[in-house]
Design a protein around this ligand. Sequence first.
Ligand code: 09M
Length: 376
Amino acid sequence: MNYTRFLTAVSVARKPSPIRILSKPWPTSSIPELVSWMKELQKRLHDPPTAGYSPERGQMELCVTTGSQEGLCKVFEMLVNPGDNVLLDAPTYSGTLAALQPLGCNIVNVPSDQYGMIPDKLQDILAQWVPTDTQKPDSTSPKVLYTIPNGGNPTGASMTLERKQKIYELARKHDFLIIEDDPYYFLQFQKPWAPTFLSLDVDGRVIRTDSFSKILSSGLRIGFVTGPKPLVDRVVLHIQASTMHTSTFTQLMVSQLLHTWGQDGFLKHIDGVVEFYRGQRNAMLSSADKWLKDVAEWHAPAAGMFLWIKLKGIKDTQQLIMEKALKKEVLLVPGGVFNIHSSEPCPYVRAAFSLSTPQQIDEAFKRLSALIKEAS
Ligand code: 09M
């Protein structure tokens, strides 16, 4: 892979800190024992084909980030120039839009359903950049595709393996990178966990972001970027110019915990977390069935912490949620904030089944049901 072709002008201009070069390997950016533990975990979970590659060919590399949000932000800074076309399936995580939109790129929305991005639709969209016999390759063709493959935020959608395979083939054909933002990977309700884009990555074109926010603590601010070494090394350069590195104290704490647990202990902990979220999801689904059947529609999420609810007879949920529901102490997010154009009307709301008790969820949906009936 020619990684240089993907880099922004900003990224090319980022140079290693002279002080860091002098003091190599201390201080390095991520603490080595945490990196090696996480690399072993990634190998066990994803068996990435790139693990055995040479560095230049895109050998699997990993760095610690201050939450996956920092990882994403740096990856975008590295790859997205003003005017670039970026592929993603909206509605999507508002933090992604916050990081991406100010870069001045053109977001190309790929249609999706409850199984994630639809490969045939992606193929149709990409057709506009396929050069004819007489044309040179089109320099405006997208270089980057971003997706949340499990328990999507806000939709709760999880992508099937078949779709991942088709999208990966399209990435090869059209030579773009895939950013796999997967903070809900560990919150899948069924086993075996779905194979990831990283596990399909024979070329070294996948950059994966993982997070400990949903499985250890969001306040710790620990995430990971895993991908081809030439790109992950560059993410480290971007970090060196801002936060320098994630707090060593936090890294050490997490590293000690992981080493004490071992891989099996860590996965056992995850089993407990999944049990909790499965219970929460089931409670929310049964309350939705009880109160919202006639006034709303939804799909049961296979992972994550979100239920994406379409309210019947309501064109836009903004006012209903921000004014009336809040007054009734029902905290939901109006769907519009997850759209590329947030001012467009949106009949959806995002309900999180992370913090509230089943009793609170039940009471909230009872109140929501009354509000919908009043408004429609
Ligand atoms: N809401 C997230 N999402 C969120 C949210 C959040 C406070 C966070 C996707 O913690 P990190 O940096 O590892 O996670 C960032 C991140 C990246 N990618 C798809 C995410 O959903 C976290 C924090 C209050 C509300 C929040 O609503 O959705």
